[in-house]
Structures are given as C-alpha cells and as structure tokens.
Design a protein around this ligand. Sequence first.
Ligand code: GSH
Length: 287
Amino acid sequence: MSNQYVPPKVWVNETKGDNQWANINSPESGARFEKELPVGKHALQLYSLATPNGQKVTILLEELLALGIKEAEYDAYLINIGESDQFSSGFVAVNPNSKIPALVDKSGDEDVNVFESASILVHLAEKFGQFLPKGGAARTQTFNWLFWAQGSAPFLGGGFGHFYAYADEKQEYPINRFAMEIKRQLDVLDNQLAQNTFISGEEYTIADMAIWPWYGNLVLGRSYDAAEFLQVETYTNVVRWAKQIGLRKGVQRGRIVNRTFGEKWEQVPERHSAEDIDSVLKLIVHN
Ligand SMILES: N[C@@H](CCC(=O)N[C@@H](CS)C(=O)NCC(=O)O)C(=O)O
C-alpha cells in the first residue's frame, strides 16, 4: 500500500483539514477562555446539548416531571460543542472533562457538580426514588445495562458514526471494524429484548433511558443515515422496544430539549419551564 500511514516515533499534533469535529480536539484539557455559566431559578441547572448523551438526562427529567415531581423542574442551558462552549472556565469548573451533559444540583446546602451522563442518571434516580430498583437483582441488572451503554455507545458514536458519517474520507477498514461491532451490539440488545419488555426486565429504568437515545434512535432511522447499511429492521425486538419507548410523553419532550437542529417542532434550544417545550410541540403538523 503506497499511502500507508507510518506513525512517527513520537506523536505530534498535526490535525489538518477543516473537519468541524476534528478541529475542536486538542491534546490538552482545561479551560480555554474565561466565561461564567448562566444560572436560572430552579434547583437543577443543566448544561447540555441534544446529542444522545444529552437526551438521556432530559428524558429522565421529563419522565420525573410527568410523574408530577415538581422538584425535578430544571433550567437547561445550551452548550454548543461546535462553538467550543464546553471549554469555558464555568463549564470546566463543573465538568473537568469538557463534555456535555453536566448538571449542578443546588437543592442542598452545598452545590453538587455532576458529570458523566450515567452519573447524572443515577444521581437523579436516587434523589427522587424513581426508575432505579431499590435493591436485589433488579437493581444490579439496571446497573449492568447502564454501564453496558456507557462502555458500548462510544463504539457507535465515536467509532461507527465518526467514520461512516463524519470523517472526510470514507475508509473501509474502520467502517468495517465498527459496523461489525455495532451489528454485534444490536444483536446483544435484540436477544435481551426478545425475553424482556424493557432492557433490564419488566420495569422501565434509567438503563432504557441511557440506551434508547443511541440504539433506539439508530433503529428508528434517525442516526447517521445508516439504517439501510446496518439493516436495522432485522433487529425486530430492538425496533419494537424503540417504538414503544418513543411513544412516551417524557421521551418525546426530553429528546428535543437543547436541540438546535431538525424540524422547527423538535427544537427547544433552552428550557426553563414546561411551556418552552409545549410551545414547540404545538408546531407539529398532523396530517
Ligand atoms: N461519557 C460521557 C460522554 C459525553 C460526550 O462524549 N459528550 C460529547 C457530546 S455527545 C461532547 O460533549 N463532546 C464535546 C467534545 O468532545 O469536545 C457521558 O456519558 O457523559
């Protein structure tokens, strides 16, 4: 192979080209500029974007509100990762890893910074006593699948999605490698969902909320324009589950919070009250 990359002895940062997603990367962590985060009136302050990782948290918050839990009211501010908002001093103070979602829980004597989407899901599920079984095998199963999601989805987003949809050049080797892994993961989910209504059993939990934004959206044809390529319709149990969860009010509301792309009726850049979502959902045209 004539144009094969030969790694130098020591890696140097030579990121080239104008790929938007490659250009936000840097080998250094930490704040790149000084800017405080805005703070709203509710006890829960969310700083996020409606990527699958962001959707997990807004779906949980909207599910909690759908149960009538008023203490789950939240302000959701937009962190535009394409514009480097995640590198402000304010955001880095909440999440030193500079990735959405990040939450500040101001309900107690001291503010609690929460980052990593699964940590936020557990924090909120425990705080409100919902969507996480209290003990026994059901709780462990929920954690099994929650951590499965955290370990597996980077192969879907950072692996398959990056090389299939976002990379400037389509390369056979990484696309093959990650397509293989994603189809294997879909098969794991399909087998599990053949035996269970929800991912960890008969109860809808934060594990479903962690997995649906990635694999549910994928099999519903909403991710990477890859439905045909991956033959997603063959995973019939995953499709059944994805549709069932997609009908939930909390999911329909949560998935559009901090969203700035797509149809007008699915864009709620910031959310400070239920009305912010209601007014956008009213724009849906029913045929
Ligand atoms: N493991 C993290 C992943 C979060 C993550 O990758 N967030 C992406 C958006 S989906 C991000 O903020 N990327 C910005 C960047 O890499 O600079 C979590 O689950 O919260």
